[in-house]
Design a protein around this ligand. Sequence first.
Ligand SMILES: *Cc1c(COP(=O)(O)O)cnc(C)c1O
Length: 359
Amino acid sequence: METKKQSNYFRKNINKMRGYIPGEQPQDGVYIKLNTNENPYSPSPKVLAALKDAVNEKLRLYPDPSATSVKEKVAKVFGTKPERVMVGNGSDELLTIAIRCFVGEGDVVVYPYPTYLLYKTLSEIQEAKTCIVDYLEDYSLPEEILVRGAAVTFICNPNSPSGTMIPVDKISNVAGKIDGILVIDEAYVDFANDNCLRLVDNHPNLIVLRTLSKSYSLAGMRLGFAIAQEELIDGLVKVKDSYNVDRLSMTAAITALDDQNTFRENVTKIKKTRERLIDSLKKLEFFVYPSQANFVMIRCLDALSAKGIYQRLKEQKILIRYIEQPRLEDCLRITVGTDEEINALLEKLAEIKNSLKIL
Ligand SMILES: *Cc1c(COP(=O)(O)O)cnc(C)c1O
């Protein structure tokens, strides 16, 4: 039998695509990690205790396929009904499920740019036609986001990597005007002043995605949820794996959502550090985009200086995010860490700035 080149086994679109490239996750632990928007604070001690307790003989049993207890907790904390909630293995899984539900080959996916790169990867897997519309200079939403006939429109709000936020009334306007599904990815919304949950009542085409990865310090557990009207939830659920959320993630989620005090304390600290970081970056003469997230994007003089700063910080064991994509070449994204981490960053940044001036 003639053997094929291994790449020939793949669908053409998979061969052509690059695959999503996550931020660096060095495993040696010597870095100050300000590159992937993780929470610098520990999950609630109650979560850690509950997890230890849940490591028992019951792990031989499959978890509840519909994650009922998590849906009930989410409904209670967010003021909705369990029937309007779907739980996922991180919100990335819910993005995958949504696109598999609504987008077939040649269907149109719309999103503004620059944004979360996963929307592009998922569109490529589906062989979708993408309609990528540029954010305006100040990261407000362009009129062209309204594409009739699009299967899905994704908006990340607050947006990554810019940290900027589209006002909720503008989102409501989009949801009302388009005839396809609108997915609002609210991964960072707990660090913002507003959110889109109240729009779900009036918009049968709206799906709001949340995650415990950022604001609840649980990126390592993988738990996200979607909130939408019942009919959408019922359809989305058909496409998921039977046991998509494991027992331990469910335990972590319920306990984390139950401990709103720890959550609020950590979010408050991060927002306070964010404001101090923004002020200091402005003093260092960077252009700072207004942020409602747990990270801040700055613009440097040019691409060379952005890349230089990123590399020099890395040499000094501080990791931030440099994204080599159009419109971002002269930008850097910095996750809000602890006060100590941010002090270390600011100190090094000031040194680098000075030495670059001399060069
Ligand atoms: C972190 C992030 C997610 C993924 O969250 P998980 O729940 O960890 O899968 C989704 N969207 C955006 C924009 C993110 O930054």
